[in-house]
Design a protein around this ligand. Sequence first.
Ligand code: FAD
Length: 382
Amino acid sequence: MREKADAVVIGGGIIGMAAAFYLARAQYGKIVLLERDSLTGTGSTSKAAGGIRAQFSNRVNIKMSMLSEKLFCQFKEDTGQEALFDQVGYMFLLSRPEDVESFYLSVELQRSLGLKVDILKADDIARLAPHVRLDDIHSATFCADDGLADPHEFLSGYEKAARNLGVEIELETEVTGLTRTGDRITEVITNRGNIACGMVVNATGAFGSQIGQMIGVDLPVQPIRRQCVTTGELDFVRPDFPMVVDVASGLYFHKESKGLLLGWADPDVKPSTDISIDPDYTDNILERALDRIPQLETAEVANQWAGLYEVTPDHRAIIGYEPKVEGLFHVLGFSGHGLMQAPAAGLICSQILTDQKPEIDISDLSPARFSKGKIQKETNVI
Ligand SMILES: Cc1cc2nc3c(=O)[nH]c(=O)nc-3n(C[C@H](O)[C@H](O)[C@H](O)COP(=O)(O)OP(=O)(O)OC[C@H]3O[C@@H](n4cnc5c(N)ncnc54)[C@H](O)[C@@H]3O)c2cc1C
Protein backbone atom coordinates (compact mmCIF):
# COMPACT_ATOMS: atom_id res chain seq x y z
CA MET A 1 0.00 0.00 0.00
CA ARG A 2 1.32 3.47 -0.84
CA GLU A 3 2.61 5.61 2.04
CA LYS A 4 1.40 8.98 0.78
CA ALA A 5 -1.72 10.33 -0.94
CA ASP A 6 -3.42 13.64 -1.58
CA ALA A 7 -6.74 12.32 -0.29
CA VAL A 8 -7.70 9.21 1.62
CA VAL A 9 -11.37 8.24 1.42
CA ILE A 10 -12.42 5.96 4.28
CA GLY A 11 -15.32 3.68 3.32
CA GLY A 12 -16.06 1.69 0.17
CA GLY A 13 -19.83 2.13 0.13
CA ILE A 14 -21.79 4.14 -2.43
CA ILE A 15 -20.89 7.45 -0.75
CA GLY A 16 -17.14 6.86 -0.53
CA MET A 17 -17.06 5.49 -4.06
CA ALA A 18 -19.01 8.43 -5.52
CA ALA A 19 -16.76 10.86 -3.63
CA ALA A 20 -13.62 9.10 -4.90
CA PHE A 21 -14.90 9.14 -8.49
CA TYR A 22 -15.86 12.84 -8.55
CA LEU A 23 -12.64 13.82 -6.76
CA ALA A 24 -10.58 11.90 -9.32
CA ARG A 25 -12.57 13.45 -12.17
CA ALA A 26 -11.79 16.88 -10.69
CA GLN A 27 -8.09 15.88 -10.78
CA TYR A 28 -7.68 16.21 -7.04
CA GLY A 29 -4.42 14.26 -7.12
CA LYS A 30 -3.59 10.81 -5.80
CA ILE A 31 -6.64 9.28 -4.16
CA VAL A 32 -6.68 6.11 -2.08
CA LEU A 33 -9.94 4.57 -0.86
CA LEU A 34 -9.77 2.29 2.18
CA GLU A 35 -12.37 -0.38 2.92
CA ARG A 36 -12.06 -2.72 5.87
CA ASP A 37 -14.12 -5.51 4.31
CA SER A 38 -12.81 -7.88 1.63
CA LEU A 39 -15.33 -6.46 -0.88
CA THR A 40 -16.68 -2.98 -1.53
CA GLY A 41 -20.32 -2.13 -0.87
CA THR A 42 -21.05 -4.77 1.78
CA GLY A 43 -22.24 -2.23 4.38
CA SER A 44 -25.56 -0.37 4.19
CA THR A 45 -25.17 0.01 0.42
CA SER A 46 -25.80 -3.69 -0.21
CA LYS A 47 -28.95 -3.55 1.93
CA ALA A 48 -30.60 -0.55 0.26
CA ALA A 49 -34.10 -1.07 -1.11
CA GLY A 50 -33.28 1.00 -4.19
CA GLY A 51 -35.82 3.83 -3.78
CA ILE A 52 -34.81 7.14 -5.36
CA ARG A 53 -36.90 10.22 -4.64
CA ALA A 54 -36.79 13.97 -4.36
CA GLN A 55 -40.09 14.24 -2.44
CA PHE A 56 -38.76 15.49 0.89
CA SER A 57 -40.04 18.08 3.35
CA ASN A 58 -36.73 19.89 3.61
CA ARG A 59 -35.31 22.26 1.00
CA VAL A 60 -31.74 20.95 1.01
CA ASN A 61 -32.89 17.32 0.78
CA ILE A 62 -35.14 18.11 -2.18
CA LYS A 63 -32.27 19.88 -3.94
CA MET A 64 -29.74 17.14 -3.15
CA SER A 65 -32.06 14.48 -4.57
CA MET A 66 -33.01 16.55 -7.64
CA LEU A 67 -29.30 16.96 -8.41
CA SER A 68 -28.75 13.24 -7.83
CA GLU A 69 -31.60 12.31 -10.17
CA LYS A 70 -30.03 14.45 -12.88
CA LEU A 71 -26.67 12.70 -12.28
CA PHE A 72 -28.29 9.23 -12.23
CA CYS A 73 -29.78 10.07 -15.66
CA GLN A 74 -26.39 11.09 -17.10
CA PHE A 75 -24.45 8.33 -15.32
CA LYS A 76 -23.22 6.64 -18.51
CA GLU A 77 -22.11 9.95 -19.99
CA ASP A 78 -20.21 10.86 -16.79
CA THR A 79 -18.68 7.50 -15.86
CA GLY A 80 -18.75 5.45 -19.08
CA GLN A 81 -20.53 2.70 -17.11
CA GLU A 82 -24.01 1.19 -17.55
CA ALA A 83 -26.51 1.43 -14.69
CA LEU A 84 -30.27 1.82 -14.87
CA PHE A 85 -32.22 4.53 -13.09
CA ASP A 86 -35.72 3.10 -13.57
CA GLN A 87 -38.04 6.11 -13.37
CA VAL A 88 -41.23 4.30 -12.44
CA GLY A 89 -42.20 7.06 -10.01
CA TYR A 90 -42.63 7.25 -6.25
CA MET A 91 -45.97 7.53 -4.51
CA PHE A 92 -46.97 8.49 -0.96
CA LEU A 93 -50.43 7.22 0.05
CA LEU A 94 -52.15 9.63 2.43
CA SER A 95 -55.01 8.66 4.72
CA ARG A 96 -54.71 10.75 7.93
CA PRO A 97 -55.74 14.44 7.70
CA GLU A 98 -52.47 15.56 9.33
CA ASP A 99 -50.46 13.73 6.64
CA VAL A 100 -52.57 15.26 3.87
CA GLU A 101 -51.83 18.69 5.31
CA SER A 102 -48.09 18.22 5.77
CA PHE A 103 -47.51 16.42 2.44
CA TYR A 104 -49.50 19.04 0.51
CA LEU A 105 -47.31 21.73 2.12
CA SER A 106 -44.21 19.80 1.05
CA VAL A 107 -45.61 19.55 -2.49
CA GLU A 108 -45.79 23.37 -2.60
CA LEU A 109 -42.13 23.59 -1.58
CA GLN A 110 -41.09 20.82 -4.00
CA ARG A 111 -42.92 22.53 -6.89
CA SER A 112 -41.35 25.89 -6.01
CA LEU A 113 -37.95 24.20 -6.45
CA GLY A 114 -38.94 22.82 -9.87
CA LEU A 115 -39.91 19.26 -8.96
CA LYS A 116 -42.85 17.89 -10.94
CA VAL A 117 -45.18 16.36 -8.36
CA ASP A 118 -48.81 15.34 -8.90
CA ILE A 119 -51.61 14.79 -6.45
CA LEU A 120 -53.48 11.63 -7.37
CA LYS A 121 -56.95 10.40 -6.52
CA ALA A 122 -58.11 6.77 -6.27
CA ASP A 123 -58.51 5.98 -10.00
CA ASP A 124 -54.99 7.09 -10.88
CA ILE A 125 -53.52 5.36 -7.84
CA ALA A 126 -55.27 2.10 -8.76
CA ARG A 127 -54.09 2.35 -12.36
CA LEU A 128 -50.44 2.71 -11.28
CA ALA A 129 -50.50 0.32 -8.33
CA PRO A 130 -53.21 -2.33 -8.84
CA HIS A 131 -54.56 -4.36 -5.88
CA VAL A 132 -53.59 -1.78 -3.30
CA ARG A 133 -56.49 -1.31 -0.84
CA LEU A 134 -57.65 2.30 -1.17
CA ASP A 135 -60.88 2.52 0.87
CA ASP A 136 -59.21 4.65 3.57
CA ILE A 137 -56.89 6.62 1.24
CA HIS A 138 -57.63 10.33 0.72
CA SER A 139 -55.07 10.92 -2.05
CA ALA A 140 -51.42 10.38 -2.96
CA THR A 141 -48.49 12.52 -3.98
CA PHE A 142 -46.58 11.18 -6.99
CA CYS A 143 -43.42 12.19 -8.77
CA ALA A 144 -42.90 10.41 -12.09
CA ASP A 145 -39.22 11.40 -12.20
CA ASP A 146 -38.46 9.44 -9.00
CA GLY A 147 -37.91 5.70 -9.20
CA LEU A 148 -35.62 2.79 -8.49
CA ALA A 149 -31.93 1.99 -8.81
CA ASP A 150 -29.87 -1.10 -8.13
CA PRO A 151 -27.23 -0.12 -5.54
CA HIS A 152 -24.73 -2.67 -6.90
CA GLU A 153 -24.95 -1.35 -10.45
CA PHE A 154 -24.23 2.21 -9.37
CA LEU A 155 -21.58 1.22 -6.83
CA SER A 156 -19.68 -0.90 -9.33
CA GLY A 157 -20.11 1.78 -12.00
CA TYR A 158 -18.51 4.38 -9.74
CA GLU A 159 -15.85 1.86 -8.69
CA LYS A 160 -14.81 0.99 -12.26
CA ALA A 161 -14.82 4.64 -13.29
CA ALA A 162 -12.79 5.65 -10.22
CA ARG A 163 -10.22 2.91 -10.86
CA ASN A 164 -10.01 4.01 -14.52
CA LEU A 165 -9.11 7.49 -13.27
CA GLY A 166 -6.34 6.10 -11.07
CA VAL A 167 -8.05 5.77 -7.69
CA GLU A 168 -6.42 3.00 -5.66
CA ILE A 169 -8.83 0.87 -3.65
CA GLU A 170 -7.37 -1.01 -0.71
CA LEU A 171 -9.56 -3.78 0.71
CA GLU A 172 -9.22 -5.42 4.13
CA THR A 173 -7.76 -2.14 5.29
CA GLU A 174 -9.28 -0.84 8.48
CA VAL A 175 -8.62 2.67 9.69
CA THR A 176 -7.77 2.40 13.38
CA GLY A 177 -6.54 5.93 14.08
CA LEU A 178 -5.79 9.38 12.70
CA THR A 179 -2.56 11.21 13.43
CA ARG A 180 -2.98 14.83 14.39
CA THR A 181 -0.10 17.27 13.95
CA GLY A 182 -1.04 20.60 15.51
CA ASP A 183 -4.48 21.53 14.16
CA ARG A 184 -4.33 19.12 11.22
CA ILE A 185 -4.90 15.48 10.46
CA THR A 186 -1.75 14.43 8.65
CA GLU A 187 -1.91 10.66 8.54
CA VAL A 188 -4.30 7.73 8.51
CA ILE A 189 -3.34 4.72 10.61
CA THR A 190 -4.51 1.32 9.37
CA ASN A 191 -4.01 -2.37 10.13
CA ARG A 192 -1.79 -2.48 6.99
CA GLY A 193 0.38 0.55 7.60
CA ASN A 194 0.02 4.32 7.64
CA ILE A 195 -0.71 6.78 4.84
CA ALA A 196 0.37 10.42 5.08
CA CYS A 197 -2.22 12.61 3.38
CA GLY A 198 -3.47 16.14 2.88
CA MET A 199 -7.17 15.32 3.25
CA VAL A 200 -9.25 12.55 4.82
CA VAL A 201 -12.81 11.99 3.63
CA ASN A 202 -14.94 10.22 6.23
CA ALA A 203 -17.49 8.12 4.31
CA THR A 204 -17.93 5.38 6.89
CA GLY A 205 -21.75 5.51 7.02
CA ALA A 206 -23.29 4.01 10.15
CA PHE A 207 -19.81 3.69 11.69
CA GLY A 208 -18.91 7.32 11.19
CA SER A 209 -18.92 8.28 14.84
CA GLN A 210 -16.00 5.87 15.41
CA ILE A 211 -13.83 8.00 13.14
CA GLY A 212 -14.88 11.06 15.15
CA GLN A 213 -13.94 9.30 18.39
CA MET A 214 -10.41 8.77 17.06
CA ILE A 215 -9.87 12.51 17.39
CA GLY A 216 -12.22 13.22 20.27
CA VAL A 217 -15.05 14.57 18.11
CA ASP A 218 -18.68 13.62 18.73
CA LEU A 219 -20.33 12.89 15.37
CA PRO A 220 -24.05 12.27 15.96
CA VAL A 221 -24.62 9.31 13.61
CA GLN A 222 -26.41 6.28 15.03
CA PRO A 223 -26.68 2.83 13.47
CA ILE A 224 -30.30 1.60 13.42
CA ARG A 225 -31.41 -1.79 12.09
CA ARG A 226 -33.87 -1.82 9.18
CA GLN A 227 -35.34 -4.91 7.47
CA CYS A 228 -36.76 -5.79 4.05
CA VAL A 229 -38.65 -8.79 2.69
CA THR A 230 -39.17 -9.83 -0.94
CA THR A 231 -41.99 -11.95 -2.32
CA GLY A 232 -42.05 -14.53 -5.09
CA GLU A 233 -43.55 -13.70 -8.49
CA LEU A 234 -46.92 -11.86 -8.46
CA ASP A 235 -49.07 -11.59 -11.58
CA PHE A 236 -50.31 -8.06 -10.82
CA VAL A 237 -46.83 -6.52 -10.61
CA ARG A 238 -46.14 -4.92 -13.98
CA PRO A 239 -42.78 -3.46 -15.09
CA ASP A 240 -44.09 0.07 -14.41
CA PHE A 241 -45.21 -0.66 -10.81
CA PRO A 242 -43.90 2.34 -8.82
CA MET A 243 -42.39 2.72 -5.36
CA VAL A 244 -45.28 3.17 -2.92
CA VAL A 245 -45.20 4.36 0.69
CA ASP A 246 -48.21 3.93 2.96
CA VAL A 247 -47.50 6.94 5.14
CA ALA A 248 -49.83 6.00 8.02
CA SER A 249 -48.37 2.52 8.56
CA GLY A 250 -44.84 3.29 7.32
CA LEU A 251 -44.92 0.31 4.93
CA TYR A 252 -43.16 0.76 1.59
CA PHE A 253 -43.12 -1.53 -1.41
CA HIS A 254 -41.92 -1.65 -5.00
CA LYS A 255 -41.49 -4.14 -7.80
CA GLU A 256 -38.56 -6.51 -7.40
CA SER A 257 -37.82 -9.47 -9.71
CA LYS A 258 -41.50 -9.81 -10.80
CA GLY A 259 -42.63 -9.73 -7.16
CA LEU A 260 -42.57 -7.01 -4.51
CA LEU A 261 -39.97 -5.75 -2.09
CA LEU A 262 -41.58 -4.80 1.24
CA GLY A 263 -40.00 -2.68 3.96
CA TRP A 264 -40.86 -0.74 7.08
CA ALA A 265 -38.91 1.46 9.48
CA ASP A 266 -39.70 0.14 12.97
CA PRO A 267 -39.66 3.24 15.21
CA ASP A 268 -38.90 1.15 18.32
CA VAL A 269 -35.53 -0.23 17.18
CA LYS A 270 -32.75 0.98 19.47
CA PRO A 271 -29.34 2.03 18.08
CA SER A 272 -27.00 -0.94 17.62
CA THR A 273 -24.91 -2.53 14.90
CA ASP A 274 -26.85 -5.81 15.12
CA ILE A 275 -27.99 -6.86 11.64
CA SER A 276 -29.42 -10.26 12.47
CA ILE A 277 -32.97 -10.79 11.15
CA ASP A 278 -35.60 -10.29 13.83
CA PRO A 279 -38.61 -12.54 13.01
CA ASP A 280 -41.00 -10.18 14.85
CA TYR A 281 -39.81 -7.34 12.62
CA THR A 282 -40.49 -9.50 9.55
CA ASP A 283 -44.00 -10.34 10.86
CA ASN A 284 -44.68 -6.66 11.36
CA ILE A 285 -43.74 -5.92 7.75
CA LEU A 286 -45.91 -8.79 6.47
CA GLU A 287 -48.92 -7.77 8.60
CA ARG A 288 -48.78 -4.22 7.27
CA ALA A 289 -48.34 -5.51 3.71
CA LEU A 290 -51.32 -7.91 3.95
CA ASP A 291 -53.47 -5.12 5.30
CA ARG A 292 -52.61 -2.82 2.38
CA ILE A 293 -52.40 -5.48 -0.38
CA PRO A 294 -54.80 -8.33 0.55
CA GLN A 295 -53.77 -10.14 -2.65
CA LEU A 296 -50.49 -11.01 -0.89
CA GLU A 297 -52.35 -13.65 1.17
CA THR A 298 -51.02 -16.36 -1.16
CA ALA A 299 -47.58 -14.80 -1.78
CA GLU A 300 -44.40 -16.52 -0.71
CA VAL A 301 -41.46 -14.90 1.04
CA ALA A 302 -38.50 -15.13 -1.35
CA ASN A 303 -35.81 -13.38 0.70
CA GLN A 304 -35.27 -11.09 3.69
CA TRP A 305 -32.39 -9.14 5.15
CA ALA A 306 -31.43 -6.53 7.72
CA GLY A 307 -29.03 -3.61 7.42
CA LEU A 308 -28.17 -0.34 9.09
CA TYR A 309 -29.59 3.13 8.58
CA GLU A 310 -27.03 5.84 9.57
CA VAL A 311 -29.29 8.22 11.43
CA THR A 312 -28.57 11.83 12.45
CA PRO A 313 -30.74 13.83 14.89
CA ASP A 314 -32.48 15.73 12.06
CA HIS A 315 -32.47 12.91 9.47
CA ARG A 316 -30.26 14.95 7.16
CA ALA A 317 -26.75 14.08 6.01
CA ILE A 318 -23.58 15.58 7.46
CA ILE A 319 -21.46 17.07 4.68
CA GLY A 320 -18.59 19.46 5.31
CA TYR A 321 -15.22 20.09 6.91
CA GLU A 322 -14.81 18.96 10.51
CA PRO A 323 -14.85 22.27 12.44
CA LYS A 324 -12.52 21.11 15.22
CA VAL A 325 -9.57 19.98 13.12
CA GLU A 326 -8.26 20.66 9.60
CA GLY A 327 -7.79 18.04 6.93
CA LEU A 328 -10.97 16.05 7.64
CA PHE A 329 -14.16 16.19 5.55
CA HIS A 330 -17.32 14.31 6.54
CA VAL A 331 -19.84 12.92 4.07
CA LEU A 332 -22.10 10.55 5.93
CA GLY A 333 -25.23 10.14 8.02
CA PHE A 334 -27.70 10.04 5.13
CA SER A 335 -30.33 8.60 7.46
CA GLY A 336 -31.62 6.01 4.99
CA HIS A 337 -31.28 8.20 1.86
CA GLY A 338 -27.66 7.55 0.99
CA LEU A 339 -28.16 5.69 -2.26
CA MET A 340 -30.44 8.37 -3.66
CA GLN A 341 -28.18 11.24 -2.56
CA ALA A 342 -24.81 9.63 -3.39
CA PRO A 343 -24.22 11.28 -6.79
CA ALA A 344 -24.95 14.77 -5.42
CA ALA A 345 -22.93 14.10 -2.26
CA GLY A 346 -19.92 12.87 -4.24
CA LEU A 347 -20.04 15.77 -6.69
CA ILE A 348 -20.45 18.41 -4.00
CA CYS A 349 -17.68 16.88 -1.89
CA SER A 350 -15.34 17.17 -4.91
CA GLN A 351 -16.45 20.74 -5.65
CA ILE A 352 -15.81 21.90 -2.08
CA LEU A 353 -12.46 20.11 -1.80
CA THR A 354 -11.29 21.67 -5.07
CA ASP A 355 -12.39 25.14 -3.89
CA GLN A 356 -15.22 25.43 -6.42
CA LYS A 357 -18.63 26.82 -5.56
CA PRO A 358 -20.80 23.79 -4.78
CA GLU A 359 -23.65 23.21 -7.23
CA ILE A 360 -26.13 23.68 -4.38
CA ASP A 361 -25.79 25.42 -1.04
CA ILE A 362 -25.32 22.68 1.54
CA SER A 363 -24.45 24.86 4.52
CA ASP A 364 -27.53 23.42 6.28
CA LEU A 365 -25.76 20.05 6.29
CA SER A 366 -22.59 21.30 7.97
CA PRO A 367 -21.24 19.23 10.89
CA ALA A 368 -21.24 22.42 13.00
CA ARG A 369 -25.05 22.71 12.91
CA PHE A 370 -25.58 20.44 15.90
CA SER A 371 -23.47 22.51 18.29
CA LYS A 372 -25.06 25.71 16.93
CA GLY A 373 -28.55 24.26 17.48
CA LYS A 374 -29.40 24.83 13.76
CA ILE A 375 -31.48 21.72 13.37
CA GLN A 376 -34.35 21.60 10.88
CA LYS A 377 -35.82 18.12 10.90
CA GLU A 378 -36.59 16.25 7.72
CA THR A 379 -40.08 14.91 8.44
CA ASN A 380 -40.66 12.81 5.34
CA VAL A 381 -38.63 9.81 6.49
CA ILE A 382 -39.40 6.14 6.05
C1 FAD B 1 -32.90 -1.94 4.72
C2 FAD B 1 -32.37 -0.66 4.11
C3 FAD B 1 -33.05 -0.08 3.06
C4 FAD B 1 -32.56 1.11 2.50
N1 FAD B 1 -33.22 1.63 1.42
C5 FAD B 1 -32.73 2.75 0.82
C6 FAD B 1 -33.38 3.28 -0.32
O1 FAD B 1 -34.39 2.75 -0.79
N2 FAD B 1 -32.84 4.38 -0.90
C7 FAD B 1 -31.72 5.00 -0.40
O2 FAD B 1 -31.30 6.02 -0.95
N3 FAD B 1 -31.10 4.51 0.69
C8 FAD B 1 -31.56 3.40 1.31
N4 FAD B 1 -30.95 2.90 2.41
C9 FAD B 1 -29.84 3.66 2.97
C10 FAD B 1 -28.57 3.44 2.19
O3 FAD B 1 -28.32 2.06 2.09
C11 FAD B 1 -27.43 4.16 2.90
O4 FAD B 1 -27.81 5.50 3.16
C12 FAD B 1 -26.17 4.18 2.04
O5 FAD B 1 -25.86 2.89 1.61
C13 FAD B 1 -25.02 4.77 2.84
O6 FAD B 1 -23.85 4.55 2.10
P1 FAD B 1 -22.45 4.73 2.77
O7 FAD B 1 -21.44 4.56 1.71
O8 FAD B 1 -22.46 5.98 3.58
O9 FAD B 1 -22.39 3.55 3.86
P2 FAD B 1 -21.92 2.04 3.69
O10 FAD B 1 -22.46 1.40 2.48
O11 FAD B 1 -22.21 1.37 4.99
O12 FAD B 1 -20.36 2.19 3.49
C14 FAD B 1 -19.51 2.55 4.55
C15 FAD B 1 -18.28 1.66 4.44
O13 FAD B 1 -17.31 2.09 5.36
C16 FAD B 1 -16.57 0.97 5.80
N5 FAD B 1 -15.92 1.31 7.04
C17 FAD B 1 -16.50 1.67 8.21
N6 FAD B 1 -15.56 1.93 9.14
C18 FAD B 1 -14.34 1.75 8.53
C19 FAD B 1 -13.00 1.85 8.96
N7 FAD B 1 -12.71 2.21 10.22
N8 FAD B 1 -12.01 1.59 8.09
C20 FAD B 1 -12.29 1.21 6.82
N9 FAD B 1 -13.56 1.07 6.35
C21 FAD B 1 -14.57 1.34 7.19
C22 FAD B 1 -17.67 -0.10 5.97
O14 FAD B 1 -17.13 -1.40 5.94
C23 FAD B 1 -18.59 0.20 4.79
O15 FAD B 1 -18.30 -0.60 3.65
C24 FAD B 1 -31.39 1.72 2.99
C25 FAD B 1 -30.69 1.12 4.05
C26 FAD B 1 -31.17 -0.06 4.61
C27 FAD B 1 -30.41 -0.69 5.73
